[in-house]
Design a protein around this ligand. Sequence first.
Ligand SMILES: Nc1nc2c(c(=O)[nH]1)N[C@H]1C(S)=C(S)[C@@H](COP(=O)(O)O)O[C@H]1N2
Ligand SMILES: [Mo]
Length: 262
Amino acid sequence: MKSENSPKREMTKLTRRGLIWGLAYISGIFGIFRFLDKSPNAKGITQPFRKAQGLNEKLWEKLFSPSRRVPEYSKDRVTPERFNETIGMEEDLDPDSWKLLVEGVHGASKPVIELTMKDILAMPVTEMTTEFFCIEGWSVIQTWKGVLMRDFMNRYPPDTLSGKKPDLVNAAQDLVPYVAMTTPNENYFVGLDMGSVIHAQTMLCYEMNGQPLTEEHGAPLRLVIPVKYGVKNIKRLGKIQYRKDRPADYWAQQGYDWYAGL
Ligand SMILES: Nc1nc2c(c(=O)[nH]1)N[C@H]1C(S)=C(S)[C@@H](COP(=O)(O)O)O[C@H]1N2
Ligand SMILES: [Mo]
């Protein structure tokens, strides 16, 4: 019987080839998930979050739009506060010696600008009630008061790539692309993309739920950046650097997604 090249035989071959490719594809996918499963597990990050990370890092830049606002709530939705972690806050805070250093300011006469809380309190005030998500799987709704980074950057604008005068609204792509923020002792440090820093709800915060920020929540000044997970909301801020190169980040060094976007 010469059935070797009969159409039916060809069909079977094709189907079998399809099946083999299909199996290879499926086992490839399982391989990726097995790999993610073995990925760093510091801080007890939950499995679904971990699986989303690889994807997150690649898509974040493409999907992120600075005009996309997170929901704001009425104050009766505020939940009990919760605090977490104090890296970079090892020494007791001395409010009198605290200052905020700012580097990379366009047109500045000095490489490092030093600000006090008095300077911060003199800037436009904003209040917002937003949800705060820790990567460990819990969230709280809190009222935050402070200075929007947008307003801060109007006064202290970042350097531009072209050297031209910065235009936060119409030429944000010409701003240096990154911002580094650290505690005064530099034990905790976060790296941020400029798009998230100029986001309309990113705030230098000094008051929480109508009270001055407590020491454990990051007095005298912390970052509240609702488009990012808790890890990027640095407490006891000591230094802001506008930068061309991507800054180091405490939790990214432990294997977390550098963007940590929501
Ligand atoms: N300086 C400093 N800031 C920090 C941290 C930290 O360890 N040190 N932890 C981050 C993490 S993981 C979270 S969830 C939030 C917690 O903020 P809260 O204590 O005000 O709830 O702070 C973030 N900012
Ligand atoms: Mo967190």
